[in-house]
Design a protein around this ligand. Structure first.
Ligand code: PRX
Length: 710
């Protein structure tokens, strides 16, 4: 019995306890290597990727032509003449000369064979509402009608941008596909971001149309989402971007479920306008492979989120290929990715990848633990889900809230994914043994918003699984780990370094919307020796993640090395939080640090110092929380706020966040003698550790889907 053997092994292989003075990376490299677990024979027998020759076909000597194999999974209106054009590094061009339409590839071309097959099965959060099936025929009809409305009523055309701020309901992918049909670039903002955050993104992208929902169910509550549309419009307008129309889907088609009034001439119900477009058919616009498909804003090292711009051909080819070979999606499978479409995981592995393969996907509106931690397993049993995809935060939370729930349910997974953050080996083992019942293969997929699709993970039928390690590089991806000086950190070194990808691949973003220099600086400058070089080998992609390479070629990802905090598998820029704090007149300085959390992985803690004459009180912490919720969203709520007399600083006046992080995580602060004000460290430690709980000690406890809070 593999399960028992594994349980025994697990006791001996726990990560070593934290020792004071060790960084996270040092701790991680002290973990013992886990044993290998072979994929189940039943899985191997049916896998899409069971030919070891494929690895050879994607080896470096066959680069870049190997990626033709992914592109050939798609329908091309016109075939490309150049697989990869590297003439203007690092602005790579993929499948140059090729023409295709993403909506055609995800919908129309499946009609001949799968017209009556479910494309989506929508599961509302209230359990008594039952589920709805949307066939490919129905999807085709609805995408066409919406495309006609966007074109004729909203006046949108190829190259225009549209900002979509919607929850997990079928109208979200329908709207995205309608945009793709017209060549309109969609920018979906995660529903849990505030109206203000949405407005800033809309302004940055130059959207004049916003698409919303009146409301939705979330963790047993009704969220009045239309209210945030009004804030988004005001914010965008303050930024100089006027919004012509706000198009609103009603969550319940026949009744308006928001208390926020509609604004005449600006707000329109899509459900009503669509009546004019009944059975409309819109010819898909044939796009150049390099035309942008969408923008996805993500946090970086500065306060301003960046719009990652993804191309049509390369992106679609990459997500179709990785969905087929790593998610092992066959048309007859029932696939459920519990991410939110408002993040890159949802774009690549709910919408574009699976639909390009004619998958049947479950779309779930709510949080996994509503009304209880048995919900995901009831859905899996009822709908015969056999491929399951989620994050370590959701796994930790479901384990904590109902560790024996899975075995009460009669479902059978063949394949499971974990994504978004490092997974602890013991959490991995619960996923494997209890959720997967020892029968499902697991892939731990490491990638980023910028990368479009997976970078490192195991080939599910060919590679052994190793708890806590993402695995080897994906087909056609050639990583390297370098230290700060550009010296390669080899497998035998047992040391961590910066993981980079040496080559371009079709899923990589094209640029940062409106800021190509930032694209070059953020991702390519660090290890580029010659900015004039035209050779792609001189332009490695810098991922800003720490990693360790084991002798067997498996990568263990340790987490961000920049000012990004990965909260529950989602990215928050510390600078975004700090800037929000500094908008308050009382605050002199602010510093945000990541703190280890046993469910969410990391959570932010905030240190602030006040302006002279301002006294510390609870009202200030409440104001800070309210400001963060307004400017970013509840997702960014800090776990604790510490008001301190001063920040530890270097002699040049730089705040030493490392020292604050050590205090928050109850670790050794290391050498502080070189600080300008070493005495403050003890005072801060007294404030933080001297009391049991800070003003927000409990933090936002109601963890949501993927851990996010709305
Ligand atoms: O630190 C890595 C972590 O998530 C970051 C990317 O976040 P985002 O752009 O929001 O994309 C999330 C979904 C891909 C990475 O820089 N990360 C992602 N996957 C893993 C991971 N860390 C460890 N293991 C993973 N499997």
């Amino acid at each position: 019995m593999p399960t028992k053997a594994l349980a025994k092994k697990s006791a001996a292989k726990k990560p070593q306890p934290k020792k004071d003075g060790l960084t996270e990376a040092q701790i991680a490299v002290h973990w013992k290597e886990e044993g290998d677990i072979r994929p189940p024979a039943r899985f191997i027998a049916q896998a899409n990727l069971n030919d070891p020759q494929m690895v050879e076909r994607f080896s470096e000597k066959n680069f870049p032509e190997c990626f033709r194999e992914y592109a050939e999974l798609l329908h091309w209106d016109q075939y490309w003449h150049t697989t990869l054009d590297t003439s203007r590094p690092p602005f790579w061009k993929w499948f140059v000369g090729g023409k295709l339409n993403a909506s055609y590839n995800c919908v129309d071309r499946h009609l001949a064979k799968y017209k009556n097959k479910a494309a989506f099965i929508f599961v509302p959060e209230p359990e008594d509402e039952g589920h709805t099936v949307i066939t490919f025929q129905e999807l085709y009809r609805r995408v066409n009608e919406v495309a006609a409305m966007l074109r004729d009523f909203a006046g949108l055309k190829k190259g225009d941008r549209v900002t979509i701020h919607m929850p997990m309901i079928p109208e979200l992918p329908i709207t995205m596909l309608a945009c793709a049909r017209l060549g309109v670039i969609h920018s979906v903002v995660f529903g849990g971001f505030s109206g203000e955050a949405c407005g800033l993104r809309a302004a940055d992208s130059g959207s004049r149309i916003l698409i919303y929902t009146d409301g939705y169910h979330r963790n047993g509550r009704w969220v009045d989402h239309k209210a945030s549309a009004d804030i988004a419009v005001k914010t965008a307008e303050k930024e100089g971007q006027s919004i012509d129309k706000v198009l609103i889907w009603r969550r319940y088609p026949h009744k308006y479920s928001s208390e926020t009034p509609m604004i005449m001439q600006r707000d329109f119900f899509i459900n009503d306008v669509l009546k004019e477009y009944r059975n409309a058919v819109v010819e898909p616009v044939s796009m150049d492979a390099e035309d942008p498909l969408f923008l996805m804003y993500t946090s970086g090292t500065t306060g301003k989120p960046k719009g990652c711009q993804h191309r049509t051909g390369g992106y679609l080819a990459y997500v179709a290929g990785t969905s087929k070979y790593y998610q092992d999606i066959h048309p007859e499978d029932v696939y459920w990715c519990m991410a939110d479409i408002g993040w890159i995981t949802g774009h690549s592995y709910i919408v574009y990848g699976p639909l390009a393969l004619a998958a049947t996907s479950v779309l779930y509106e709510g949080v996994p633990q509503f009304p209880d931690a048995g919900r995901p397993w009831r859905i899996a049993e009822r709908l015969a889900v056999n491929i399951f995809h989620t994050s370590p935060t959701a796994i930790r939370m479901l384990r904590k809230a109902g560790g024996d729930e899975p075995q009460k349910h009669n479902y059978r997974f063949k394949h499971m994914t974990t994504v978004g953050e490092p997974i602890e080996p013991e959490v991995w083992r619960w996923y494997y043994e209890v959720v997967g019942k020892g029968e499902a293969v697991i892939v731990d997929t490491w990638w980023q918003t910028e990368t479009g699709g997976f970078l490192c993970t195991t080939k599910p039928a060919l590679d052994a699984m190793k708890p806590g390690s993402a695995g080897p590089a994906c087909l056609g991806i050639y990583p390297v780990i370098w230290d700060e000086n550009g010296k390669e950190v080899l497998a035998a070194a047992h040391a961590a370094g910066n993981i980079c990808i040496r080559n371009p691949w079709p899923g990589i973003m094209q640029t940062i919307w409106g800021d190509p220099q930032r694209f070059v600086n953020n991702y390519y400058k660090k290890y580029n020796a010659d900015p004039n070089s035209k050779d792609w080998r001189d332009w490695p992609y810098y991922a800003a993640d720490g990693a360790v390479l084991a002798p067997d070629g498996y990568y263990r990802i340790l987490g961000r090395v920049d000012d990004v905090i990965n909260v529950a598998g989602h990215r928050l820029g510390t600078k975004e939080l700090e800037s929000a704090c500094l908008t308050l007149p009382e605050i002199a300085e602010a510093a945000v640090v990541p703190v280890v959390d046993d469910v969410k992985g990391r959570v932010p803690e905030i240190y602030v110092s006040l302006k002279p004459g301002v006294h510390s009180n609870r009202a200030i912490t409440e104001k800070i929380v309210a400001t963060i919720e307004t400017m970013i969203g509840k997702i960014a709520r800090p776990k604790r706020i510490h008001i301190v007399p001063d920040m530890p600083k270097t002699r040049s006046g730089k705040i030493m966040r490392r020292v604050l992080a050590a205090i928050s995580n109850r670790m050794d602060t290391g050498d502080i003698t070189t600080l300008a004000n070493p005495d403050i460290v003890e005072q801060v430690r007294q404030i933080v550790q001297g009391r049991e709980r800070g003003p927000l000690a409990e933090g936002p406890e109601d963890i949501k889907l993927f851990g996010e809070d709305r």
